[in-house]
Design a protein around this ligand. Structure first.
Ligand code: HEM
Length: 128
């Protein structure tokens, strides 16, 4: 498997782990267990790193089009929104309702826009 394929598989696997750990956290409630919270946090950070590396390397192989940059930026920003809202929900007890709502929406937007960007890369032949 090439590096880019490995990254696509790793990003997908990370999303599965993040969502499962997120549902776990929502189910057990406060105080959040150290293991599910750390798993949730570190896989979300790993996802950002893997996604940025994938985009940077794809651009190095052949310059991304404006549309591809926009799709990548939307995916990156929504991932960041999921992380920031998750951070606020964790840090404040009780979590502000608006941030909790944000953290129930942003993850789906992030997952969808990341998947859409990867499909776009695949259509453009960037995934080999
Ligand atoms: C890629 C980034 C992230 C994604 C996709 C994501 C996804 C999710 C999902 C799907 C849930 C379940 C929501 C529900 O249905 O109630 C959840 C819950 C949660 N997440 Fe995240 N999350 C991300 C990042 C983070 C980070 C960085 C933190 C903490 C620093 C965090 C803290 C939490 C907490 C505390 C809950 C439980 C909220 C509750 O009380 O219902 N998340 N997350």
């Amino acid at each position: 498997m090439s590096t880019i394929h490995t990254r696509v598989v790793a990003i997908s696997a990370c999303y599965v782990v993040i969502f499962l750990a997120g549902f776990w956290l929502a189910h057990v409630g406060r105080p959040f267990g150290g293991f599910p919270l750390n798993l949730h946090k570190f896989t979300s950070l790993a996802t950002v790193v893997l996604f940025v590396l994938l985009v940077v390397h794809a651009n190095r192989a052949a310059h991304l089009s404006g549309f591809e940059w926009i799709a990548s930026a939307i995916a990156g920003l929504t991932l960041l929104a999921a992380i920031v809202s998750g951070g606020v929900v964790t840090a404040q007890d009780p979590a502000p309702a608006a941030w909790l709502t944000a953290h129930r929406i942003a993850p789906y937007v992030a997952a969808f826009s990341t998947a859409a960007t990867l499909v776009l890369f695949w259509i453009r032949g960037r995934l080999g």
